[in-house]
Design a protein around this ligand. Structure first.
Ligand SMILES: N[C@@H](CCC(=O)N[C@@H](CS)C(=O)NCC(=O)O)C(=O)O
Length: 423
């Protein structure tokens, strides 16, 4: 759209509002949000529809603060049905299948070590937005530590609560009181209050979910990628020219294992990583049962696999002696299993600590023996986020106290397991 056309549309709007001025504030309609509209005052209010703002006829509109692109492209004009959607609708209203359907991530660029890359690997250039609560984001946090990228990629965590406007940044006061490193206001944009502001800065008409993780380029002021599997993959290799040994030779996706890694990801993503969400967000008995049974069959398969590895004693990881992406991606779900998924998502056919000895051992080894795993796990955020944000599942927002402890020490078992072991 040309600048001239835009200006003309702004002028028409201004004229219209000038005529409405004497009347009390009324809602006027919704328009697509733009980066500029963040700076608008009371004429604009947020809506619960991602990508759109509410216009009112409140006092004096100047040309300066109607710096809104009034472009309502085909893509941005939303149906009445779309407008009713809420961030907290995990299953779309009217979807009788009762199935949670995860959206496809939108930003899919890559940081690259290649010369002339659009997003070159550079120290200090990228920021990683995460939530400690989120298993997908924690994949990236773990990789950042394992690959020695702590001085190369900065990071911060959002507040644990996900509200009607999505993830928000902690205030300065909260940052002091919060439990957890880097739980701070947005370090890249001090005036941003919500993660969605970062999305709108990159793409004014963005109309999908505002998810973590987000890998952000501080120079181009743009989201590079918001898909955790890809952020994990690029952290594994693309910054290797900037890190010293021993980090350079940490290979999370080794050539010789690629086929097996890809195959494991395929079923584990669908049945386990996403399977807990499909169980927990289901709104029909059929959808819940289908997904929870498939989840536990997949966990049984993990148990068999890890039991064999432990018996042959070729190493503590999924592929024996080599820590790979598979360990990271499975860990972030399994570590949340007993504290949250068992009760909150009704994934309670068994729990890990009493029902899956080999998975339990594998998980505890990663947590207690490899600092990147423990340091990226914040049980406080994990427990509070799910139980107090998903009000349709847990209307009173009460966080269960147990199980205690969040994770057992290595070598200690729940009493029933220990009793059997003594026999
Ligand atoms: N495919 C994405 C999924 C990320 C995702 O769903 N993150 C959740 C947190 S666990 C989120 O930010 N949800 C906010 C929302 O959907 O509004 C990825 O793997 O990066």
């Amino acid at each position: 759209m040309s600048l001239l056309l835009l200006k003309r549309q702004q002028a028409v709007l201004l004229h219209f509002f000038a005529r409405l001025k004497p009347t009390p504030p009324v809602s006027f309609g919704i328009i697509p949000v733009t980066a500029a509209s963040r700076h608008l005052s009371s004429h604009i209010t947020r809506t619960n529809t991602p990508g759109f703002l509410q216009f009112t006829n409140r006092p004096v509109l100047t040309m300066q603060n109607i710096t809104i692109h009034t472009m309502a492209s085909e893509k941005q004009v939303k149906s009445e049905e779309d407008k009713k959607k809420k961030i907290t609708d995990w299953v779309q209203p009217g979807d009788n299948s009762g199935e949670f359907k995860r959206q496809v991530s939108s930003f899919r660029d890559w940081v690259s070590r290649e010369a002339g890359a659009k997003y070159p690997a550079e120290k200090g250039r990228y920021h990683l937005y995460v939530s400690y609560a989120c298993p997908w984001a924690t994949r990236a946090l773990i990789a950042r530590k394992l690959k020695g990228l702590e001085d190369i990629i900065s990071y911060s965590s959002v507040h644990w609560h996900l509200g009607p406007n999505g993830w928000r940044f902690p205030t300065k006061e909260e940052a002091n009181a919060e439990d957890g490193e880097a739980v701070i206001p947005d370090p890249c944009h001090p005036d941003f209050t919500h993660l969605r502001d970062v999305y709108y800065e990159s793409e004014p008409g963005y109309a999908a979910r505002f998810t973590v993780p987000v890998l952000y380029d501080k120079i181009q002021k743009r989201i590079v990628n918001n898909e955790s599997s890809e952020i994990l993959r690029m952290m594994g290799t693309e910054f290797d020219d900037l890190v010293e040994e021993p980090y350079k030779s940490v290979d999370l996706y080794p050539e010789a294992l690629r086929k097996e890694i890809d195959a494991a990801h395929e079923w584990q993503y669908d049945l386990i990583n996403n399977g807990v969400y499909k169980s927990g967000f289901a709104t029909t008995q059929e959808a819940y049962e289908k997904n929870v049974k498939a989840l536990f069959e997949a966990l049984d398969r993990c148990e068999e696999h890890l039991k064999d590895h432990h018996q042959t004693a070729d190493g503590p990881f999924w592929f024996g002696s080599q820590l790979t992406e598979v360990d990271i991606r499975l860990f972030v779900t399994v570590i949340r299993f007993d504290p949250v998924y068992v009760q909150h998502f009704k994934c309670n056919i068994r729990d890990i600590r009493s029902g899956y000895p080999a998975i339990h051992q594998w998980m505890r080894h990663l947590y207690w023996e490899i600092p990147a795993f423990k340091e990226s796990t914040n049980f406080e955020h994990i427990k509070k986020h799910y139980t107090r944000s998903h009000t349709q599942i847990n209307p009173h927002g009460i966080t269960p106290v147990g199980p205690l402890p969040d994770i057992l020490p290595l070598g200690e078992e729940v009493p029933a397991v220990a009793a059997v072991a003594r026999k």
